[in-house]
Design a protein around this ligand. Structure first.
Ligand code: URA
Length: 289
């Protein structure tokens, strides 16, 4: 799939928001290399913002693309994915995002669907090089049906703006498409059940880089138990089987801090900014293989 990283021309407000975010993240001088930021690089951040107011560790972690799709007419009692009966339709046969969204909407084995108002599938640009994967919709996302539209979403927008990107430059989804009631942490069963759908989603988007925000996303994609503070700052490779017995595709993956965590722990924005710079660099230099 053709993919493109478009650096949009920022407005003055975008620049001030991005600079503000970087000041909070610990940057004290702007050194951009894009001409579009030329007017910003000449300023010291402290001139425009009121102060008041890689190392590489590739790990091959296959994600099973074996689908846990329901058979037609099957009763909808919840079952662990590992005990789900043989699928009537393989997820690997799904060739479009629309069909994947429909398959998820038709999937009745995950209890979260019963309490959610909307299936939250994705937002952003399906042709983007960068795929951002969060945890699960919150209250605002559940209401609107789009990922990252609440406060965490605003923080994500600031994070992207800090490296000159907007929502149109990335594709955004979550590990789970339905809000866990009361925003509780998703169970390992819920995550395992929906993981084949996430794997197919990645295959269909075929991003050059995956930005996994938060421990749930990173741990679930990489199938590791390490915490996000241990995972972030490293580059991983996620391997997924090809559709037609070809070689596995490897997707570079950068774990980072969740925007909602940064709202609670703003002193860690500096770490997130390092990850964002690594993301920008990787998106410029990498092609999924
Ligand atoms: N947090 C997430 O992980 N995803 C969203 O869509 C919103 C908040």
């Amino acid at each position: 799939m053709e993919s493109a990283l478009t650096i949009t021309e920022p407005t003055k407000d975008d620049l001030i928001a991005a600079l503000s975010w970087q000041v909070e993240a610990g940057a004290d001088e702007a050194l951009w290399d894009e001409p579009s930021f030329a007017h910003a690089v000449t300023m010291r951040l402290s001139d425009v913002i009121n102060p008041e107011s890689k190392d590489t560790a590739p790990i091959k972690q296959p994600v099973s693309a074996a689908p846990a799709m329901p058979a037609q007419g099957e009763e909808s009692a919840p079952q662990p994915a590992s005990e789900a009966p043989a699928p009537a339709t393989s997820l690997a046969q799904i060739q479009t995002l629309e069909a994947l969204k429909q398959a998820m909407a038709d999937f009745d084995k995950c209890d979260l669907k019963r309490t959610a108002s909307h299936l939250v599938f994705s937002d952003g640009n399906p042709a983007a090089k960068i795929m951002v994967i969060g945890e699960a919709p919150g209250r605002d996302e559940d209401r609107v049906g789009l990922p990252f539209v609440g406060k965490a979403g605003q923080m994500l927008d600031h994070m992207l703006a800090s490296i000159g990107l907007s929502r149109d430059d990335v594709y955004i989804t979550n590990i789970l498409p339905w809000r866990p009631p009361g925003n509780r942490t998703p169970t390992s069963e819920e995550i395992a059940m929906m993981r084949p759908f996430v794997a197919r989603h990645i295959q269909l988007i075929s991003p050059d880089v995956i930005f996994a925000v938060g421990g749930t996303s990173a741990k679930s994609l990489l199938q590791v138990s390490d915490g996000i503070m241990k995972l972030r700052g490293k580059r991983f490779d996620l391997s997924l089987p090809s559709d037609n017995d070809g070689p596995e595709a490897r997707y570079p993956l950068l774990p980072s801090l969740h925007p909602a965590y940064l709202l609670r722990a703003p002193h860690h924005k500096a770490l997130a900014f390092k990850d964002l710079l690594a993301l920008r660099q990787l998106a410029r230099t990498t092609r999924a293989s």
